[in-house]
Design a protein around this ligand. Structure first.
Ligand SMILES: Nc1ncnc2c1ncn2[C@@H]1O[C@H](COP(=O)(O)OP(=O)(O)O)[C@@H](O)[C@H]1O
Ligand SMILES: [Mg+2]
Length: 297
């Protein structure tokens, strides 16, 4: 399923004195199989954009009877999200949404019932006996938790990283084709961050076809994403692979964004007359530096 947005705009509290334009004519396409990154300063519209992808935020024509379509395109696979008649419940089975700090939404008495809630909530029909248990077991195992050990534990007994995994399990339990995560690694320690990113790659290989992350960590984006959309004041400024995006150091800094450590090193070397052409992953930078030989480094 590919995601297509054309001329997508969104205003909070439209028609009131508190109106706030959060998206302004956003057009971008996310292909099936991507590990897509969404970056931008706080308030640039990242969360507003991704919350459209599972119909949590909706276009006016999808909400009001008789409201004419206005040239906005928003499709996810065969789902037309500008259409009132679209089965948004079916959409939500296909597009899993993990919010910022998802562990804050864990509420059930046990890890099992929390993850099971995610399944029952979106199930097409009343699940058959054994079906829920199987789905919950698979989801808890795939996120790297020990099912037998954690299933009867309270979510609050888990460590920070484990809680995040349990929360992710509650979303992927329906096996969505597309998994969207708003700042999935925020607030975790460096090891927890690496583990979550490794988990997302594993999920993409075995479980969900497409992963979309919102991130403010440029190293994370450089290391993990196939392409990146840069949001600024509700508009999309660039959609590029990291290897091309992070060459535009000066433009990104002007937009108030950070750049990855690798891009900072390449920039510092450039200022000393050493040109390094890399894709801004640490591995590629090290390889290119070693290839330069001892005289220049
Ligand atoms: N629930 C809301 N009510 C009113 N304004 C909002 C709401 N959520 C976000 N906004 C505004 O919309 C803009 C975009 O916000 P958001 O999509 O959350 O940005 P980001 O995720 O990039 O930080 C900001 O100006 C923000 O203040
Ligand atoms: Mg946000």
């Amino acid at each position: 399923m590919r995601i297509v947005a054309e001329h997508l705009s969104y205003t909070y509290n439209a028609g009131t004195p508190f109106a706030a334009k959060a998206l302004d004519d956003v057009s971008l396409t996310i292909e099936e199989g991507e590990f897509f990154g969404v970056i931008g300063q706080t308030g640039s519209g990242k969360s507003t954009f991704v919350q459209h992808l599972n119909g949590l935020l909706r276009t006016p024509s999808s909400l009001k009877r008789g409201k004419k379509k206005d040239g906005t395109v928003l499709t996810v696979g065969g789902f037309d999200l500008t259409d009132r008649k679209t089965d948004f419940r079916a959409l939500r089975r296909q597009v899993g949404m993990v919010f910022q700090y998802p562990e804050n939404q864990l509420f059930a008495e046990t890890v099992f019932s929390d993850v099971a809630f995610g399944y029952k909530n979106f199930a097409e029909k009343k699940p058959e006996a054994g079906e829920v248990e199987r789905a919950v077991r698979d989801a808890i195992s795939v996120v790297g938790l020990d099912y037998e050990r954690v299933k009867d534990m309270s979510p609050f007994e888990l460590s920070g990283g484990q809680k995040r995994r349990a929360a992710i399990a509650g979303v992927i339990v329906t096996k969505p084709e597309i998994l969207v995560l708003d700042e999935p690694a925020a607030g975790l320690d460096p090891l927890g961050k690496r583990e979550v990113m490794a988990l997302l790659h594993k999920l993409k290989e075995s479980w969900c076809k497409t992963v979309v992350i919102v991130s403010h960590d440029m190293d994370e984006v450089a290391e993990n994403c196939t392409r990146v959309a840069v949001f600024s004041e509700g508009k999309v400024q660039y959609v590029l692979p990291p290897a091309e995006l992070f060459r535009r150091t000066e433009e990104l800094l002007r937009l108030g964004l950070d750049i990855p450590l690798t891009a900072k090193l390449v920039r510092a070397l450039g200022q000393r007359g050493v040109t390094v052409d890399c894709d801004f992953t640490a591995e590629d930078l090290v390889r290119k530096l070693l290839a330069l030989g001892g005289d220049q480094c």
